[in-house]
Write a protein that binds this ligand. Structure first.
Ligand code: NAP
Length: 280
């Protein structure tokens, strides 16, 4: 935590970066707490990452978020990597210690679980199997979150089966890899469905899946947040299934980062959600 006797600084590094909603989220909280400071979008390319990270301490930065394409590249460049970030294989938040050491953490798993719990307060890890569609970076964070909560069976279906098998080998016996063609069979008896593929995003085709096999009590979550209601979530709504959109994950992952840099643990208020929704 930084002392409030100087201008507080943090930001998000990535390339491209101007689309990022993180500045709006963190600047909202700085203003809410009456803290003098700023959170900036920082256009950093992979070849400039190491120098940019090492400049944080001399410039007085409390830390930064990392986004595409830097999240994985930062791992060997930092002084310490938190075990969750190590398991996910990516860093989404860097904390600058007082002595200048750089600590890498990943709050995407926290964000996913916190969003789920906020949107569906009755959700329990022992409710039944989870189905995760996709095996990319976001899937790794979702698996870390679900396993951390104690979900006993996770069925991962991915277009490229080998990537799902790699996740099953890394994340342990609760994770089962399935072929993409098995994605609808996998819904049988499931308590939770999570889309972590990029299908359904603006500019991408919708996710091709029929939800008929899901029990009526199942939760459907999509981590895509632009658009806020994807075809998957619209289908869930038509079937009377509870849906959770991807904006909550984005908002909640920001909370512990703000706390690590500036002290207070901020909340996701309806006002903040409305503000970010309006910018999508
Ligand atoms: P990624 O590493 O590139 O992974 C993309 C995944 O989508 C892979 O599993 C890929 O399958 C699958 N996929 C892509 N095109 C497909 C198709 N035509 N049919 C079937 N599967 C397809 O991306 P990521 O970083 O995991 O991000 C995925 C999504 O999550 C993005 O939309 C991103 O915006 C969103 N996200 C949201 C949050 C949040 O806070 N809400 C956080 C992180 C990411 P293959 O392995 O076969 O290529």
């Amino acid at each position: 935590m930084q002392h409030a006797d100087h201008y507080l600084l943090a930001g998000v590094m990535g390339f491209p970066i101007m689309h990022s909603r993180s500045p709006a989220i963190h600047n909202h909280w700085l203003a809410e707490y009456g803290l003098l400071g700023h959170y900036a979008p920082l256009a950093v390319k992979p070849e400039g990452l190491e120098k940019a990270l090492r400049a944080l301490h001399p410039l007085g930065y409390a830390g930064v978020n990392l986004t595409i394409p830097l999240k994985e590249l930062a791992l060997p460049l930092l002084d310490e990597i938190d075990p969750v970030a190590r398991a996910i294989g990516a860093v989404n938040c860097v904390v600058v210690e007082k002595n200048g050491r750089l600590r890498g953490v990943n709050y995407d798993a926290f964000g996913f679980v916190a969003s789920l719990q906020e949107a569906a307060p009755g959700w329990r890890a022992d409710a039944g199997p989870a189905v995760v569609l996709g095996a990319g970076g976001a899937a790794r964070a979702v698996l870390a979150g679900l396993i951390g909560e104690g979900v006993k069976e996770i069925r991962v279906a991915n277009r490229t089966l080998e990537r799902a098998q790699k996740l099953a080998a890394e994340f342990g016996p609760s994770v089962h890899a399935l072929d993409w063609d098995q994605r609808e069979d996998a819904l049988s008896g499931a308590a939770l469905l999570v889309n972590t593929t990029s299908m359904g995003m603006l500019g991408q085709p919708p996710l091709d899946i029929a939800l008929g096999g899901l029990p009526a009590s199942a939760l459907v979550t999509d981590i895509v947040y632009a658009p806020l209601e994807t075809d998957l979530l619209a289908q869930a709504r038509h079937r009377g299934l509870k849906g959770v959109d991807g904006l909550g994950m984005l908002l909640h992952q920001a909370r512990p980062a703000f706390r690590d840099w500036f002290g207070p643990m901020p909340q996701v208020t309806p006002e903040l959600r409305r503000k970010i929704e309006a910018s999508l």
